[in-house]
Design a binder for this molecule. Structure first.
Ligand SMILES: Cc1ncc(C[n+]2csc(CCOP(=O)(O)OP(=O)(O)O)c2C)c(N)n1
Length: 270
């Protein structure tokens, strides 16, 4: 577990390094999913960086596609491409656009238009099931994103087809682009809504690696239904310029900030 905590710190650091190379980015939503990505890429997912298109690899759909830098950091740390490439975010000719794209080694699905990743993921899960492919599909949604009608169409579809090979996560960081999710359009009853659609539902502390892992293992054991794990998170977790502050969706972030962050998350002492 100690190495997993270190992995989470490294994902935080390198995703913000990626953003610092541009001078600004989706700081809040990137930092709130660092811990989930640490558990998925550090403990759960069956993947092979030397064979990124391996037929039985687990699939991940980052439906909140604006959080590409968090995924890029996890993939670089797992060896899908060199860490130095993280500093090419959004540059001409880069393989790392700010929103997820299949240009990037290890990224199977292009996303960015909120809601679409859910339809994509349920389609992928159905196809895998029909092919008797044991791969699982992991889907990462934002809580603001759940305002999209497409999420609920996908929820209905996954339950009807008994897609127990899909595990969705909602990063419930309580903010979206221009304010608190409860003010823009309340999703307070998220768990009840998915339950009523026939899903297996769990809610966990979204920065606790042990709890996240336990919930995923429970979801994997659960058969016959799709699973949803709601992660109670803090937008901007780990960076004093964002954590616990209002409107931290898209912020400036400089090389100097990166040095401060490095100290704050205790990366130096490990
Ligand atoms: C269909 C669509 N509408 C609007 C946007 C612009 N947009 C980008 S991020 C965002 C807010 C998303 O909030 P949330 O899902 O809570 O993400 P997080 O807070 O985790 O970053 C919006 C509205 C978009 N990308 N796609």
């Amino acid at each position: 577990m100690k190495s997993l905590y270190k992995f989470a710190k490294l994902i935080r650091y390198h995703s913000m390094e990626c953003i610092a190379s541009c001078g600004s980015g989706h700081v809040g939503g990137v930092l709130s999913i660092a811990d989930l990505l640490a558990v998925l890429y550090g403990k759960i997912m069956n993947i092979d960086s030397s064979n990124p298109l391996w037929e039985e690899r687990d699939r991940l759909v980052m439906s909140k596609g604006h959080c590409g830098p968090a995924l890029y950091a996890a993939l670089a740390l797992k060896g899908f491409f060199p860490i130095e490439e993280l500093r090419t975010l959004n540059q001409n000719g880069t393989r790392l656009p700010s929103h997820c794209n299949t240009l990037t080694p290890g990224v199977d699905f292009s996303t960015g238009s909120l809601g679409q990743g859910a339809s994509l993921a349920v389609g992928v899960a159905l196809a895998l099931k029909k092919k008797n492919n044991p791969a699982r599909t992991f889907l990462i949604l934002g809580d603001g994103e759940c305002n999209e009608g497409q999420i609920w169409e996908s929820a209905m579809f996954a339950a009807h087809y008994g897609l127990d090979n899909i595990i969705a996560f909602v990063d419930q960081n309580k903010q979206q682009l221009d304010g608190d999710t409860r003010d823009v359009m309340s999703m307070e009853n998220l768990e009840e809504s998915f339950l009523s659609f026939g899903w297996f539902v769990k809610k966990v502390a979204g920065h606790n690696l042990e709890k996240i892992e336990e919930a995923i293992l429970n979801a994997i054991e659960n058969k016959g239904k799709p699973s949803l794990i709601v992660l109670d998170t803090i937008k901007g977790k780990g960076w004093t310029g964002a954590e616990g502050k209002p409107k931290v969706h898209h912020l400036p972030f400089t090389e100097k900030d990166l040095e401060i962050l490095k100290n704050e998350i205790g990366l130096l002492g490990d």
